[in-house]
Every structure is written in C-alpha cells, then in structure tokens.
Design a protein around this ligand. Structure first.
Ligand SMILES: [Zn+2]
Length: 383
C-alpha cells in the first residue's frame, strides 16, 4: 500500500528531517522526495545515476527553470547537545528543528511545493526540481547534474534569510611542503629545519595583498595545520614539513594563480591542491576531485537579478535586499551549464551545521510564495 507523503511545506520539511541523509548515504531522503514530487503531481519524476532526484513539470514551450537543493547534511555531532533530537522533525515555537531543517531540507520542501502550485499558473516552459547528493563533500551530485541537464536559469535554495544571493567566495585547500635536512636536535646546526622554513612562509603569507571583488571582499589565506617528519621524532630536526592553507578565493583568483602566488613565496616548496576520489551511493558515478569548491559571483546587472528581485519583493511585499553568502555552495558547479545561478532560501545561514539548526514556519511559507513568484516571472507567457 502506498503511503501518501506530506504535500504541505511544513510537514514535508519535518518528514525530510526525519529521513537521515548524511553525505553519500542520501537514499532515504531521496526516496521521500521522489514520492512527494509524484504526490504533488509532477509530470515526471526520476533518479539519475548519481542518486540525484529530478522532477519535471512542462507547460508549453519556453525556458527551463531549475530549482536546486542538496539532500545531504553534515553529521549531527553530539546528540546530547541538541535541545530537540536532530532527526525527529520536532515542530516547536513556530520552528521546525533538526539537522537539515534550514540546510537544506526546508528550502527543498518549499521549492517542491512551489513548483506544484506554479503548475496551475499561467506559465510557459519547464520547471525542473532537483535534489542533489554530496554537496557537503565535493559536489559530485551537482557536477553530475550540470553535465547531464540543461537550464536557462537556476535557483539555489541555500538558506539566505529570504535575501537574494549572487554568489560566494570559493575554498581551495592548499598543501605547501618544505624540504629540510635531518639532524640530531642537540646538533641542530648540522641540519636544516623544515619548520623554520614553514614559519617564514606563514609570515609572508599573512603579509600578502590579495585580490578583491565587489560584494565578496578579499581573498584570504589562513594557515590551519602543520605536520613535520619524522612524526615520532621529538629530538630530531625535521627533514620535511607540510603546511595546510585554507584559501578563500574571489572568482578571478583561480587555482593556477593561487599556486603561482604561493610558489613565489618559497621557490623550494612544493605547492599543491590534493585530489580525492568521491563515489556515489551505489558506486555508479566516481569522480576524482580537487579539495576545492569554486567561487561564484553573478554580475548584479545580469537581467535575471532584477527579474528575481522585483518578483520576490512584490510577492512578499518588501524589498528583500541583495547580498552574498559567506559559505560555499553548489552554485559554481551548476553555473557550468552556462545559466545564471541565483540564491534564495528560507532559514538563517548562521544556524547551518549547528546544534540549534531550525527553520521558521513563517519563512518556509514565505519561501514557497517567493519561489512560485520566481517561476511565474521566469516562465512568463510571452504577450
Ligand atoms: Zn547547504
């Protein structure tokens, strides 16, 4: 017997929160979203090779608007530190609580419901609702989606407190390895200390004048970790040391430029951005990815920005404002399709990844209204 899934935005958010879906093991949430899209009346619903859920509504000829969210969440951490259990979908104080409530099962629920409502409006084109896997760990799902689908405009529903977002800085994990020469620490003058070399590098790194972009501020480079070799040699002058740098980049500051800039600080250091293999849940899609999430910034004079800003502001009866996220998203991966990517979602971004994660019911309902207005604006029937 088929069990009906909730088609109310609040109940769907709660059901998705209850469907625990850590990165790489999203199928419980994927199955629930699939069923919800069918119950909501989407014309066609399917899952691709990567495990992403897609649902389509086609009304005549026109452009494709992609609505996008990620199905995976970060881990809940220490369960005792949660006020409400993280996978119970508790509704309390006008808020849905739990891991993924705002990042981003609430936004997915609002987009899914809005698509169904918009299907009854006068529109021309295709609504493509997408729930992707592995956003929190490399973006395999969105990268696969961008390689296999087409869209004319994309809305990423990451939490934005209902503001319009144009992008974010990227993150590049750089490893700098310094050579040295082993010696007895009591005769340190006979060796060459790789840590001394790393220390000089950190001082120069902190003095770098890095590029800036409108709305995003400057690139930043922060030394975060160091390992010296041999690791079990407290009385040995290290012969090698590897420093990890968390580099947050603006779009023009590409990986090649970053590597070149850091290499100039010490010609003898080996600078690289390591790769890692990512595999979809059932093993059908495998990607070797750099430890890097691209930067993205949509030009504020792009026609889609004013269309979205006025459609949502009008629907919600206030100026929603325009900004950027301080964290990375799937936007740069989806931008590979060549379409403008806009950000808008319910929920306070500061709550994402915390033990206080929740989303306000009022924002969920406003988001569903706003997404419906966005669909109406981008898939407007030509007059
Ligand atoms: Zn997110």
């Amino acid at each position: 017997m088929a069990v009906m899934t909730p088609i109310d935005v609040v109940e769907l958010t709660r059901a998705l929160v209850r469907s625990e879906s850590p990165s790489g093991r999203e199928s419980p949430a994927a199955a629930l979203l699939e069923q919800a899209l069918l119950d909501l009346g989407y014309d066609r619903v399917w899952r691709d090779e990567a495990g992403n859920v897609l649902g389509e509504i086609v009304r005549g000829e026109g452009p494709t608007l992609m609505l996008n969210g990620h199905l995976d969440t970060v881990p809940a951490g220490d369960l005792d530190s949660w006020q409400h259990p993280p996978f119970a979908g508790v509704l309390d104080g006008g808020r849905v609580w739990g891991r993924g409530a705002c990042d981003m099962k609430g936004p997915i629920a609002a987009m899914a419901v809005a698509g169904a409502h918009a299907a009854a409006d006068s529109i021309a084109g295709r609504i493509l609702m997408t729930g992707v896997v592995q956003e929190e760990v490399g973006g395999l799902g969105a990268r696969h989606l961008a390689a296999t689908q087409r869209a004319d405009v994309v809305i990423v529903g990451e939490p934005s407190d209902l503001r319009l977002m144009l992008g974010h800085r990227g993150r590049v994990e750089v490893h700098a390895t310094f050579p040295g020469r082993l010696a007895h620490a009591a005769k340190a003058e006979l060796g060459e200390n790789a840590l001394s070399r790393a220390a000089r590098f950190v001082r120069e790194l902190e003095a770098l004048d890095l590029p800036e972009a409108p709305l995003l501020g400057r690139s930043t480079a922060t030394a975060t970790q160091i390992r010296s070799f041999p690791e079990d040699g407290p009385n040995v002058v290290p012969g090698r040391a590897t420093l990890t740098i968390d580099y947050r980049n603006v779009p023009e500051d590409t990986r090649d430029r970053i590597v070149e800039r850091l290499r100039a600080l010490d010609a003898g250091a080996a600078i690289d951005v390591p790769t890692e293999a990512f595999v979809s849940e059932d093993g059908r899609v495998v990607m070797d990815l750099r430890r890097e999430n691209g930067a993205y910034l949509l030009a504020d004079d792009d026609a889609s920005v004013s269309t979205a800003h006025s459609a949502i502001s009008e629907a919600l009866g206030r100026d929603i404002g325009i900004g950027t996220w301080w964290f990375a998203t799937d936007a740069p991966h989806l931008a590979a399709m060549g379409a403008p990517v806009l950000g808008f979602g319910p929920g306070d971004p500061e709550l994402a990844h915390t033990q206080r994660e929740h989303v306000r019911v009022e924002q969920l309902r406003d988001a569903a209204i706003a997404y419906r207005a966005l669909i109406g604006a981008f898939l407007a029937v030509a007059s």
